[in-house]
Design a protein around this ligand. Structure first.
Ligand SMILES: [Zn+2]
Ligand SMILES: [Zn+2]
Length: 244
């Protein structure tokens, strides 16, 4: 199979594995469903219940042994060595929160539109999958969850549509949007700061796995909170909000 490079490598907007699978299918001019049926699931031999969870973030992005198996299988097909960084596997054995993902795939219509206009990869960064992340750092605006045309939410793995298109009606999800002016700028800034910290952790993990890092870089990273502690404090914050 083609060994296409994940988008956003070495940045805080590194691609998610579900997004990568969608682009991999497109590169081969087949649907994600065909790619799964004819290549990936043959190697993966998932349990029967898997098909019900096929489109969730948990099945492809979590720090679990099942995701490790899926990554290994896609690595064998593409010969890419950096695919674990498109998931939370670098934090395997550290994350103890039940789930750190949104239930559905959020997206930034302005990012999709810009990518199409500049002829660059239309993709979903791993950062957007994290439940704690509510904003696009590039456009400093809140992420969207619903298709503008049919109003339906987007699954993480879209089995029959191309990147940037609605999984249900097939419409293009990109939109040219005017700069976002928040009525609550402090809240927006808070979300941007949190997303930046989480994005830096994802970026640092890629650099750590794929480049030899200098002592200076290592000590700089050590001073920052880990992805695990950040996500766990976000989870605790949500629990407090629910309890209140
Ligand atoms: Zn954006
Ligand atoms: Zn739609």
């Amino acid at each position: 199979m083609y060994s296409i490079a994940p988008a956003g490598l070495a940045t805080d907007a590194i691609e998610s594995l579900t997004s990568y699978l969608t682009r991999l299918a497109e590169a081969h001019r087949v649907s994600v469903q065909t790619l799964l049926d004819e290549k990936i699931l043959l190697l993966l031999k998932p349990p029967r219940t898997f098909k019900y969870e096929l489109q969730s973030a948990q099945s492809w992005l979590a720090a679990t042994p099942e995701v490790a198996k899926a990554v290994e299988c896609i690595r064998r097909l593409t010969l890419r060595q950096d695919l674990q960084n498109l998931t939370l596997l670098p934090w395997q054995h550290q994350l103890s929160t039940p789930s750190v993902f949104h239930n559905v795939q959020p997206f930034c219509p302005a990012c999709f539109e810009e990518a199409r206009n500049t002829n660059t990869a239309i993709y979903e960064p791993l950062l957007w999958a994290l439940e704690a992340v509510k904003v696009c750092l590039h456009h400093r605006r809140y992420l969207h969850f619903w298709c503008t045309y049919c109003g339906r939410k987007q699954p993480f793995l879209k089995l029959e549509t191309r990147p940037g298109h609605c999984a249900h009606c097939g419409s293009w999800l990109g939109l040219e949007l005017p700069p976002f002016i928040s009525t609550e700028p402090e809240e927006l800034d808070w979300h941007i700061n949190l997303a930046q910290m989480l994005g830096q952790r994802l970026q640092a993990a890629w650099l750590q796995t794929n480049q030899s890092s200098s002592k200076a870089q290592r000590s700089k990273r050590a001073q920052k909170p880990s992805l695990t502690s950040l996500l766990e404090s976000c989870y605790e914050l949500d629990e407090t909000k629910l309890a209140g």
